[in-house]
Design a protein around this ligand. Sequence first.
Ligand code: ADP
Length: 371
Amino acid sequence: MKIGILGGGQLGRMLIQEALKYDDEFYVLDPKPECSCAHISFFTQGNFNDKNTVFSFGKDKDVVSIEIEHVSVEGLEMLEEKGVKVIPSSNIIKIIQQKILQKQFYEEHQIPSPEFQVILSREEEIIIGFPFVQKLNTGGYDGKGVQVIKDENDLSKLWDEPSVLEKLVDIDKELSLIIAKNESGEIKTFPVTEMVADPQLNLLDFNICPAQITDDVQTQIDKIAEQFMQAANSEGLFAIELFLDTDGKVWVNETAPRLHNSGHQTQEGNTNSQFEQFYRVLKNLPLADTSHFAYSGMLNLVGDEHHSGKVKYEGLENVLKLPNSYVHLYGKTDTKPGRKMGHINVLADSREKLMQDLIHIKSLVKVVAEK
Ligand code: ADP
């Protein structure tokens, strides 16, 4: 089968890596000839935000999907009209692309998500109470395009762009659920994962799976997952990012209509990974078992803040000497401060040991530039 993917980053790379054990051809569209997928796929250099480029890339494929959501929805609609299978649907990608539509979607379908107000410019009257979080309608990623407005004095910081203003949640834990649905209607979820963020870089830091949550929280999450899949009405693999607040209530932060950083530890931590599952969605195969072994975790290898240039992974050999640690690099030649360059998955018999190992391993490696 000819599988076309818009975006050639690490998510696509790990999908192809997993799926090479089956017999398919992977085609990738990305503007950067040095992207993570360029040398492991049938590669087309081009702009996935341009509708005609997307259409001409996809028109002879059996299925077209994404590994980044900021793509031309119009191009995907043209493919759907021509009869090319697009997963997930252009409609759900369009909703998720824009924070305003995404929030309205949760509201319309009674999916719990923090209270919000929409503004189109900073001239509008602010009716939501302080403190709140401003999220740009488009263009935000990895914590960029998100800022906290604490009080009146902070209002001068407000960005003058269409945004969602969202009530600041008193967060106990950030959680993530990865869920997949195939064309036959089969649905499977992965165990809930906890995400521990790095306050400095705002880039996700550790994943811990399974999350330490009560039965009540699990029940709330199951209900959200069911509501979301019903409302989305599309096959695909989705990551639902959640907040657990200090009162024990679960809220949806946002959803990604694709493979997600919060699922990387499934590569060694579960009977099957998110990449295997996504492949099966693309081919409408029976979905894979998602059970977890013991505890698994992941740490991102991100570019050190003082280094730009040709990448060097300092201390990686010390990690390779350890049992139960698995290194994954993304094939990026150059590092930049905060750039996601790879990750390390870690397995352990207990949550305590996992945390210890993650912290230890993080101290062993540094992503720097060659001198
Ligand atoms: P991105 O899409 O860039 O990852 P998010 O919407 O996930 O942006 O926001 C980044 C981080 O900001 C979240 O992981 C969370 O820590 C914090 N955050 C976002 N919205 C809220 C909120 N309503 N209340 C409290 N913290 C929030």
